[in-house]
Ligand binder design. Sequence first.
Ligand SMILES: [Zn+2]
Length: 746
Amino acid sequence: MGCWSLSSRERPFYRVIQFNIEDPYGFYADRINALSLVEMALRAHANTLIVFARDPWGRVFYRDSNVYPRHPNALLDLEELRLVTKRRGLNLIIMVCHTANRFIYRKHPEYAQRNRDGEVIVLEHFPVAGRVVDPHWPQICPNSPALEEYFVPEAREATDRIRPEGVLLDSFRYMPDPPKACYCKYCRSRFRREYGVDLPEAVNEEDPTFRLAWEWRYRVTIEAMSRIRDAVRREKGDTLFLYNSHPVGWAGRGNIVVEKARSILDGVFAEASEFDIVDYPLIVMATKLTRALLGAGKPVFVSRNLFYTLRTTQSATRIAVKQGVRSIVAAGGYPVATIFSSQFFEDPRALDYLTEVYSELERLEEYLVDVEPVRYAATVFSSDTHDKYFWERPDMYLAELEGLTRILASSHMPVEFLSTVDLELKSKDYSVLVLPSLAVIGSREEKLLEGYVERGGVLLATAEFGIMEPDHTYRHSLALENIIGVTFEGFLRMGYSYLHLNVSPTVYNEYWRGLPESIVFGDQSIRFERGRTEKMLGDLVRVKPVTAKILALTRTPKARYGFEYALGKTTPPPDSTLEKAAGIVMAEHGRGLILYYAVRVGAHYSRLGHPDYAELILRTLNKHAPKPPIRVYAPETVQAEFYRKGDRLIVHLVNHTYNQRILTAPTGPSKQSLPPFIPPYSVHPPRTVIPITNISIVLSTGNREDYIAYDAISNQRIDVAKEGSTSTIKLRQLNEYALVVIEPKH
Ligand SMILES: [Zn+2]
């Protein structure tokens, strides 16, 4: 414990508590000192603490700063905390350079980030119709003199005084999105100086300066980050430099920053604490996606709040805390339990729940460090697609990514993420590559994918696959169109569309038996302002089959919306089959093959969870893709994750089968609507885990030796039945969590 290393081989398994003293007046700060934080961490079996060196009001938690005032009534002294954490073998990470800074703002209002209308950009939450007045969390611009006058000296001073193991650049936010982008005088003059044109105010993706400004804002962010990192490293060369990303927030721009800045980052704090308001697979995705974008096996810290939704004074339930932490660990992240001062005094029960799960992780450390994920399928993420094609609708891209990944993960095969920048080096590690709406790819990537298929890989692509080049030009074809054996003929945007599965009795029996003849795509709009359907969701990519094997055709809807039930919001029935527009096709090439889907299957599964959408993917993969080397047979509510360590296989099984977990969808407005009668917002936490019986882990062992298996938590042996080239491990019962270790019998 206590050792901190860039090398994964020497890295301990970090169990982190982030303790935030975060209010302007320090309501509880006069009762929190170094000893109380260290005692809390040790009691909870944490080995790492994250705290503010400087808070968003611009006060520091140490003495005699040359940059900022000291927090007026905080007892906490970080220099003392450093001494005590060292003595007790705890790692210390300090948070610096939050772009929210009220001190700088009051002193230099001109250093603030300002939107096109000159209004200060804030990180706090103001009601939408209100005016921003005297904000608590005004954002400071990294293009202003604040970078050299405050941020860099702040990072240098804090590193020098506190000598932490890590420095976390907390909420360092400078967005490219027009409503949140900065147009302060420093940004305007720097852009004009560098490019000879004014920073464009109009939102117009077809304006070259708009595109330039978008890219430029990332560059500004990363240059400022580099500047701060260099200052930190000069003070203490072995300090880990960490960035606070919001992988499922901030329009996904944090993901792009992580990928672009990966060479200067030693790790990422993926703030993904929305376990209470989103389903756990999104947190799993945030963890794995961040690992892929950061690359090189660098540590990814992922948060689970100890409080419940936005209620910082109220403990989350025992199960929410424990299963939240386990889902992060199983996904390959280091858990960060976040707590604020008020909860620490008013309702600290969640710390007891954390103790249960952190002490368990401490015992399991041997199985958590120095492991490699089992690589079988990977979902490919493209920052170009995210930012050049889906720049206005990142949620639609995320839905397609999340849905396809969830389909694979819920059938319990190993699934990871892979960034397009790593295609060349890493694609060979995977048997299956999933390309969700991969709209933007260059000819180089296209060639790499072609080679991947030739060598035996299976590609599964959906929707607008490769229709755009990285230079924003249209290909007017799909990527690999000649290999797929189709011709791209544009889009059919009718709100709704259908896949027609009964292409012929042979195909139907071979692939789709038991499914309906046609499956609907598209859904009601949640906004329901002018359009009735969710924009983009039901789009059909029109592809004419040439040589491809047709597994499904498409059908038009009979009307633009349905007349039944909630007339105007329901689905219209199917009309004519489009014989010249394929819905699902397959083509073999070299030793591999490509499956192409002309609709957003993932986004539909993500949104609706109807098993028919999952079947469309799983049936073709089960038939045509190589078998996964290991697979779990369990209900979809079990999270299964697979790792190797030497000749050991390690399987995490986290049981998310809960007695009660209710997420209510808003029905959305319309002219017909009355004031809601059903309460529109229900976020019930999980309270009890329902045990699952008879889970099988099936392992392809070839003709290698026999295996033994045990649950590392209970230390109980589990029977292994060998039959031919597979071994089956049967778990009689899964309660909350099992960590199954499978190793050769010696
Ligand atoms: Zn600015």
